[in-house]
Design a protein. Structure first.
Length: 452
């Protein structure tokens, strides 16, 4: 007897702790829809609202004028998987084994997000939200590690770190486009397919609020714009090729998709009751515009972890504001849960904070400490040392290998002038803070070995 798609999905969901609200959960009477949009490898300056000089992103620029633009927003990791772990759990990625994968490679199926760990989706599902993930997962490719097992009632997208935008195959040449747990074959440019599915989802008639995670794969390599299908045949590797023109086309396609989703909210009358968040999973890469920041994805310098971020909620968040508040990936989880009136599971306390009480003009910037670390890596003869970083107020502590630095980001966002000789007490304060934080995380498992 043939197994139906519904039966396959049911088997994947079996045992997922999302069906019954736990006793500690108290559901708020009036709750917004939540639309969380994530770009992939979009650098700090890759939107024209954040400084990109050579192309325009009118839809995301408009979103920024309708809400808050954060200029000190950070990703929890310098590459994909750690940040996505933080965005799923609201906790520092180094608290979980999957968060130590930098990033999770396609061939590695031995690790994933633990099925019993609460997520933003499982908590909102238990609170009677409709939940969906459209786009990239990258937290484990086996069914027990997939999004359907972690509270998402609907999934459409890719499970691994990257896919050809036209064939939808991953770097191993395997098909990587799924409808829930079932592989599907669809024709189309991946950014457009994700947009179309998101528009359909938000336009659906429903009686319950929705939570949609729209995780675009753009502008992550392979470098392919909507009209670059021929590049699939000519490409030597996923990381090869590209150009500023191709990158611009990829980001413009992303921007157009965001515009279509926002139009769907307006035409269905859901505009005012939807909290919208847009950000990126880490800093930019080859063709990103990083000025005035230094370095890029994979680095704990500002260019690797500072990212664009926008929050819009009509009637709740004032329009046209810019905030210098330091925010990090885990904060989006805390903010979304607070907006929905849903507490975190007390057995898994959040590392993020609710940002809504910190709206510009209503409360001063909160000085707080945030931390990062990365593993050493090796790829053939190439080697990169482990890194550590902390930010408190204007001060940034950075350790690369055994070399320590201290920067004053208020005057030196490019991290050019090491002021540690003049600020030994500040250096020691941040170093000690990092060491205390690090002692509460999982141990560093050592060098990441990348294939050449």
């Amino acid at each position: 007897m043939a197994v139906t798609r519904r039966e396959v999905l049911g088997a994947a969901l079996a045992g997922a702790a999302v069906a019954v609200a736990p006793k500690w959960l108290r559901i708020a009477p009036s709750r917004p829809n939540i639309l969380f949009m994530l770009a992939d490898d979009l650098g700090y300056g890759d939107l024209s609202a954040f400084g990109r000089p050579d192309y325009r992103t009118p839809n995301l620029d408009r979103l920024a004028t309708q809400g808050i633009r954060f200029t000190n927003a950070y990703s929890a990791g310098a590459v994909c998987t750690p940040t996505r772990c933080a965005l799923a759990t609201g906790r520092y990625p180094a608290r979980l084994p999957i968060g130590l994968e930098e990033p999770l490679l396609e061939a590695n199926v031995s690790v994933g997000l633990p099925p019993n760990h609460p997520t933003i989706a499982s908590l909102l599902t238990a609170a009677d939200y409709e939940t969906a993930l459209i786009g990239k997962w990258h937290l484990g490719s086996l069914p027990q590690h997939g999004p359907n097992r972690h509270g998402y009632q609907t999934f459409f997208g890719i499970l691994t770190g990257a896919a050809d935008y036209f064939t939808h195959e991953n770097q191993l040449g395997k098909a990587d486009l799924y409808e829930d747990v079932v592989p599907v074959d669809q024709i189309g440019y991946l950014t457009d397919l994700l947009t179309s599915r998101a528009v359909s989802y938000v336009s659906r008639q429903r009686r319950r609020p929705f939570f949609l995670s729209l995780h675009y794969t753009a502008p992550h390599w392979p470098w392919q714009g909507p009209h670059d299908q021929e590049s699939t045949r000519k490409r030597r590797s996923f990381q090869a090729g590209g150009s500023p023109r191709v990158f611009a086309d990829m980001v413009r396609s992303l921007d157009q998709g965001v515009g279509q989703v926002m139009d769907a909210l307006r035409t269905t009358g859901q505009d005012r009751r939807t909290l919208v968040i847009f950000t990126s999973d880490n800093g930019g890469e080859r063709y990103s515009f990083q000025w005035p920041l230094s370095d890029a994805k994979g680095s704990l310098r500002e260019g690797g972890i500072r990212i664009p971020a926008i929050v819009r909620w009509v009637g709740t968040v004032k329009t046209g504001r810019t905030s210098e508040q330091v925010v990090i990936s885990m904060d989006w989880v805390a903010t979304m849960l607070a907006a929905a009136g849903v507490p975190a599971d007390p057995a898994y306390p959040l590392d993020g904070i609710d940002l809504l009480p910190l709206r510009p003009g209503e409360r001063s910037v909160l000085e707080r400490a945030v931390y990062w670390r990365t593993r050493a890596w090796r790829a053939g003869a190439e080697f990169g040392p482990a890194q550590a970083a902390a930010r408190i107020g204007r001060w940034k502590y950075l350790r690369i290998g055994d070399t320590e630095h201290l920067f004053d980001l208020s005057t030196d966002p490019g991290e050019d002038a090491d002021v540690s000789p003049d600020q030994p007490e500040t250096l020691e304060q941040l170093r000690a803070g990092f060491q205390r934080w690090n002692a509460t995380m999982l141990p560093d498992p050592g060098v990441v070995e990348f294939p050449r």
